[in-house]
Design a protein around this ligand. Structure first.
Ligand code: 4AD
Ligand code: MG
Length: 446
């Protein structure tokens, strides 16, 4: 008999035919005369009901085991499922030990299933997340392709610390000393913290470029929004002269109908569908833009008690970011013009501002806080050179200065944490639940 994917069984075309399916038992009800099972093969979230005479019961058969079933596909008399498989033979391909941590018909919390990183893809909740993540990945690429961006594969191994925050993982083959001489590349190299500088290289020849790949930060944080390995979507746009130009593209990328299409079916296993309406609503609104200085004023005037005090010049913490989002009506908000000293060397100096600020912007969103950071880049050779000089980086970045010596143009870009994006649009509390294999301090299982 033809092998059928379970999703194909629902297309009606094979009704009346002898078929075989292979999958995992998702429910199992032995009754006096008949056995009823639901088999799912991962081709969609749907399971196919299988009916077999009670005599076909096998002691190895049960929830979680892998089976092959052969039989006739029939129209079902029940309205709930259009078709069912009348089994002629059932083989247990792989039995399921009773220690299997997930129980039939139980809705386990994401927290519970996270204890079993190697097994959690077998639950509806996590497999739904994986499906949405896969759809969203494809949608990111299609957004950028449709909007004239060139995809650049930026390197994973690099000798620069783009963000200058020192949160680097150093890379060497086992057994090498980390001294420069005799090391593999002859210079210290790291896993990338951002592909921005490589994108800036490319924006000397292409007007719009982007990259989307894994990024690494040795941040010793146990928070619900930090990972040691996360995926970042980064875009860089040449001939961008103002923050308004930048936020326009930024907002359109964020609000692209990335996940909406795959929402209804998969999302039902995650949280209430009303969140989709809230999301649709939120994405239609225009996002407020406030300056960092205004943000500090708002925080200082509020009656909220914060763990960390705020003052002009201090970085915004998650609690502040979340407060600002609420204050602005629980929709995404752009915060612009941060103190120059808080931002990396590449951020463009706002020389004409009374306070020393840079043309750097963060996008803060409900539930998460900072989702995305970007800036106009310092395109003026003299200013960049003196900034790099202050940081003692002029030699390290001589190639970067070259970009300003040979046909420099105003440009800017942003980087968006893909997991935080998924957290925001799906209302998922913990970042570890939106990535297949989370890596964070003291944890690199599998
Ligand atoms: O704000 P960040 O550090 O900005 C950059 O790296 C720029 N070079 C990007 C650019 O302009 N091309 O990081 C960008 C985003 C953050 O806003 C956050 O969403 C995410 O990356 N991010 C993390 N996500 C998960 N775990 C971490 N440890 C993260 N660190 C940053
Ligand atoms: Mg940032």
């Amino acid at each position: 008999p033809t092998k059928l994917r379970v999703s194909e069984a629902f297309l009606d075309a094979q009704v009346g035919e002898k078929v075989r399916i292979q999958g995992w038992v998702r429910s199992f009800r032995p009754q006096k005369q008949n056995l009823f099972l639901h088999v799912n093969d991962g081709s969609s979230l749907k399971s196919l009901q299988v009916i077999a005479p009670a005599a076909m019961n096998d002691p190895l058969l049960g929830f979680g085991c892998a089976v092959e079933v052969r039989g006739i596909l029939k129209k079902s008399p029940h309205s709930k499922q259009p078709v069912e498989l009348e089994a002629e033979q059932i083989w247990v391909i792989g039995e399921c030990n009773p220690d299997f941590p997930f129980k039939i018909k139980e809705r386990h919390s994401l927290e519970y299933i996270r204890q079993f990183l190697h097994l959690r893809c077998r639950t509806n909740a996590f497999s739904s997340l994986l499906r949405i993540r896969s759809e969203a990945t494809a949608a990111v690429h299609s957004y950028f392709k449709n909007n004239g961006f060139l995809l650049v594969h930026t390197p994973t191994i690099t000798s620069n610390d783009c963000e200058g925050a020192g949160e680097l993982f150093q890379v060497e083959p086992p057994g090498t000393t980390f001294a420069n001489e005799g090391s593999f590349f002859s210079v210290p190299v790291y896993l990338t913290v951002s592909g921005q500088l490589h994108l800036e290289v490319m924006s000397g020849a292409f007007p719009r470029v982007y990259t989307f790949g894994p990024t690494f930060r040795a941040e010793n944080s146990q928070s619900r929004r930090h990972l040691a390995e996360f995926f970042m979507v980064e875009a860089e746009i040449s001939f961008t002269e103002s923050i308004e130009d930048l936020t326009k593209v930024w907002k359109s990328a964020f609000t692209a109908k990335i996940v909406i299409n795959c929402y209804p079916k998969s999302y039902i296993f995650l949280s209430p569908l009303h969140l989709k309406d809230t999301l649709d609503d939120m994405l239609r609104k225009s996002f407020p833009v406030i300056t960092y200085t205004e943000a500090i004023d708002i925080l200082k005037r509020s009656s909220e008690t914060f763990t960390f005090p705020t003052d002009w010049g201090c970085d915004l913490m998650t609690e502040h970011e979340k407060f600002l989002v609420k204050h602005c009506g629980n929709i995404p908000v752009f915060v612009t013009d941060y103190p120059h000293d808080l931002k990396p060397f590449y951020a463009r100096d706002n020389q004409d501002h009374p306070k020393h600020t840079a043309a750097a912007v963060d996008l803060l969103v409900p539930g998460v806080g900072e989702l995305s950071g970007g800036s106009l880049r310092e395109e003026r050779l003299d200013l960049l050179r003196s900034r790099l000089g202050e940081c003692g980086l002029e030699d390290t970045y001589s190639w970067y200065l070259d970009l300003r010596r040979f046909g420099s143009v105003p440009h800017g870009g942003f980087g968006l944490g893909f997991e935080r994006y998924l957290q925001c649009i799906l209302g998922v509390d913990n970042i570890k639940d939106v990535i297949p294999f989370p890596r964070f301090s003291h944890s690199c299982l599998l």
